[in-house]
Design a protein around this ligand. Sequence first.
Ligand SMILES: Cc1cc2nc3c(=O)[nH]c(=O)nc-3n(C[C@H](O)[C@H](O)[C@H](O)COP(=O)(O)OP(=O)(O)OC[C@H]3O[C@@H](n4cnc5c(N)ncnc54)[C@H](O)[C@@H]3O)c2cc1C
Length: 376
Amino acid sequence: MNRQFDVIVIGGGIIGLASAYHLSRSGQRVLVLEKKYPGSGSTGRCIGGIRQQFSTPGAIRLMQESVRQFRSMREDFGFSVEYHEGGYLFLAHDPLHLQTFKAILPLQLEFGLKVEMLDAGACLKIAPQLNPEGLLGGVFSPEDGQAYPFKVMEGYIQEIKKQKSQVCFFSEVNEIIVEKETAKGVRTTAGETFHADVILNASGPWASEVARLAGLDLPIEPEEHEAFITDRLPPIFTTMVVDYRADGCYFCQRSNGQVIGCYSPVPNKPGIHTESSLEFLVEMSKRTVRLVPELAKARVIRHWGGCYSMTPDGSPFIDKTEIKGLYVANGMCGHGFMFAPAIGRYVSEIILDGRYPFDWSEFSMGRDFSRQELMK
Ligand SMILES: Cc1cc2nc3c(=O)[nH]c(=O)nc-3n(C[C@H](O)[C@H](O)[C@H](O)COP(=O)(O)OP(=O)(O)OC[C@H]3O[C@@H](n4cnc5c(N)ncnc54)[C@H](O)[C@@H]3O)c2cc1C
């Protein structure tokens, strides 16, 4: 096997694959090293939500680019990734959340998002099965949606393999070779050595661990999240509903009729832990039925655990590092699936052209963490 590449990507989740796809299409010979199999990290455990409703210019711009790419994936890959724009409906059950949605709206409109504030009645027109009790209103973006993560990964892998690049599964990197503050290559637990002048850390929840292989500190903390999926049901509504209460949840119905969803534990649960818990199953069921009572008849067929990779301000790190040739695309904070197409493109441009595509301060390694993402 060839040992010399232009770029080595550590991690074959959605971020590593999207980056390898764009780099390969730009003529780079890329090697993706994945310690297990595609989707074994966070990507195969996510629920596939895609939204442009963020509170910072950089995240909105990322998502506009991602949506542009999701829309053309059927054509680019030659098969459907089940991309579907059913919208995202954020619900407010207290005035504070309404205020937050209102405060962010001007920025979203400035970027051309088709977002609108709704009163409770208008929310019920979009999702008539919602329980109206305590509902004050919400904010809706019809051009948000969902896709099937496994199909998107399959598309990327298929296209990467058509180029001069390679994807190796069950290949764990346990050493990053650095000489004179410059990245030179990696070694794997199988004792193989690969060389490249550019190395991208795309190792999801393991990002800090992998960064330490090069002597770097990355302030990224994995935390536990769980999800469930039901049996197929007749159509309910097409939007993702996000119940923003501290004991809320969010879910959508896939095009095949299954309802898929999760909630964010409060307080958060630090660590890499991918077991599913009975506590989640019971709690998620209660929260779902409180929001949409008719889902009481749904049967949950599977639930599972996974990780978010959290940064101090809720925005990712997408940047070069102090080690020449070593780049990071980490800390996706629960949004890595939707960010991936844009990050893949922009990380490729940053590596190849050495320029940031727009004001990149939100994603830089050296930023302070005073600006927080409000639509978490
Ligand atoms: C329950 C749940 C629901 C979610 N819902 C959504 C959603 O609706 N929308 C959304 O956008 N995001 C969602 N997310 C978040 C999303 O899944 C992640 O942000 C995204 O998958 C991160 O992708 P990644 O490529 O950075 O990480 P991963 O998919 O974790 O990929 C990293 C890969 O690196 C590999 N790796 C680690 N260390 C090494 C090493 N030393 N050598 C080689 N390989 C290594 C791992 O095996 C792993 O496969 C959800 C997450 C969870 C858990």
